[in-house]
Design a binder for this molecule. Structure first.
Ligand code: ASP
Length: 325
C-alpha cells in the first residue's frame, strides 16, 4: 500500500512536470509574424478617404493572416491568402487594378517561395488568371517547374481548375488614365503587393504579385516573379518581398542578397535590408523598398522612396500600418 502511494506521487510529479514543459513548449512555438507591403513610390500625403481605404484593406489582409496562423495554418497558406485579398482589391497594382502595359492590357507577374524546403513557383506575363499568386503556388506544388509564362501559365491554370477571367476584369479607369498619361511621359506607378510570414512551426514564406510598370513593352518581366530578385525565403535566414523599379532589383538579386548577408555576414535583418536598399540599390540609382521577417520573428522594412504602403502583425498582439517615411 505504502509503495503504491509513493509510486502514485512519483507518477503525478512526472506528469505535472511534463504538462508544464509541454505548455511552455507549445507556447514558445506559437510565435508568428506577418509583414505586408502594397508598393513603394512617390507616396505623400493622401486624402483622408484614400488613407482610410488603404488602411482598411491592409488591415483586412493582416487580420486574415492572423486567423490563419493562429489556427495552425502554414506560412505558405498565409502568404497566398493575404496576397489574394490585395490582388482582389482595385487599390493595388496586382490582380484587379493592375497597371496597363503598352498593349493597353494588364500583364501580371507573381511568385511564392517556401523557406522550409526552398521550393518556389512563379508566373509571368499572364493576362487571364484571376489570382496570379494562387497560380504561382500551384506551379510550386503541382509542377516540376519554377516559372511558367503567358499562354503556358494560363493553360496550366485552366488544367488545375483555377479561376480564369477576361482581361477587362483587371482593368480600372484609374489605371487606364495613368497609362494614357504614361504613353506621353514616364509615370510613377506603385502598388505591387507582397507578404512575408513566419508561422508557428518556425517556417518562413514570401510572395509578391504585380502588374509591373505602367506602359511596359515587349513582354517585359520585372523582379516580382523572379526568385532571388523580388521574392526569397529560406528558413535558415529570412523571407523577403521587394517592390520598386524591377530592373535594379533583378541586377542586384536583392531578395537573395538580404538573405546572404544574414547567412554569411551575420548581419541583423534590419542591417541587411538597409545595406541593400541604402547602399547597393542607391549606388545604381535604383528606387524601391522591401519587407522582411527572420526565423526569430524579427521584422524589417527598408525603402528609399517617399513612402511605402506597409504593415505588420505579430503574435504578441503588436500591429502597425504605415504609408509615409
Ligand atoms: N517591382 C515591380 C516591377 O518592376 C514594380 C513595383 O514594385 O512597383 O515589375
Amino acid at each position: 500500500m505504502k509503495h503504491l502511494k509513493i509510486f502514485s506521487i512519483i507518477i503525478i510529479f512526472f506528469l505535472s512536470g511534463f504538462t508544464q514543459n509541454y505548455n511552455k513548449l507549445s507556447k514558445e512555438k506559437k510565435t508568428y509574424a506577418i509583414v505586408i507591403h502594397g508598393g513603394a513610390g512617390n507616396i505623400t500625403k493622401m486624402t483622408e478617404e484614400y488613407e482610410k481605404a488603404y488602411y482598411d484593406k491592409l488591415n483586412e489582409a493582416l487580420i486574415l493572416g492572423d486567423s490563419i496562423l493562429k489556427n495552425g495554418g502554414t506560412a505558405v497558406d498565409a502568404v497566398e491568402q493575404i496576397i489574394m485579398v490585395l490582388e482582389n482589391s482595385p487599390l493595388f497594382n496586382a490582380g484587379k487594378g493592375a497597371v496597363f502595359s503598352n498593349r493597353g492590357i494588364c500583364e501580371l507577374d507573381a511568385s511564392i517561395m517556401n523557406g522550409e524546403n526552398l521550393t518556389a513557383g512563379a508566373v509571368a506575363g499572364v493576362t487571364d488568371i484571376k489570382n496570379p499568386i494562387k497560380a504561382a503556388r500551384f506551379v510550386m506544388e503541382k509542377s516540376q517547374h519554377v516559372m511558367l509564362t503567358g499562354s503556358g501559365a494560363s493553360e496550366f491554370a485552366k488544367l488545375n481548375g483555377l479561376e480564369i477571367v477576361p482581361n477587362e476584369y483587371f482593368q480600372t479607369e484609374k489605371r487606364k488614365k495613368s497609362w494614357e498619361k504614361a504613353v506621353e511621359n514616364e509615370a510613377d506607378a506603385h502598388g505591387t503587393v507582397g507578404c512575408v510570414v513566419l508561422d508557428t512551426y518556425g517556417n518562413l514564406a514570401a510572395g509578391t504579385s504585380t502588374g509591373g510598370l505602367t506602359n511596359k513593352k515587349y513582354g517585359r518581366v520585372g523582379d516580382s516573379p523572379i526568385i532571388g530578385a523580388g521574392t526569397y525565403a529560406d528558413n535558415s535566414s529570412c523571407a523577403v518581398s521587394c517592390t520598386g523599379t524591377g530592373e535594379f532589383f533583378i541586377r542586384l538579386a536583392v531578395a537573395h542578397e538580404v538573405s546572404a548577408l544574414i547567412k554569411y555576414k551575420k548581419l541583423s535583418l534590419q542591417e541587411a535590408a538597409d545595406f541593400v536598399i541604402h547602399n547597393e540599390l542607391e549606388k545604381l540609382k535604383g528606387d524601391g523598398g522591401l519587407i522582411a521577417v527572420d526565423n526569430k520573428g524579427n521584422i524589417a522594412f527598408s525603402f528609399n522612396t517617399e513612402g511605402m504602403f506597409r504593415g505588420y502583425l505579430k503574435s504578441d498582439g503588436k500591429k502597425e500600418i504605415l504609408f509615409y517615411k
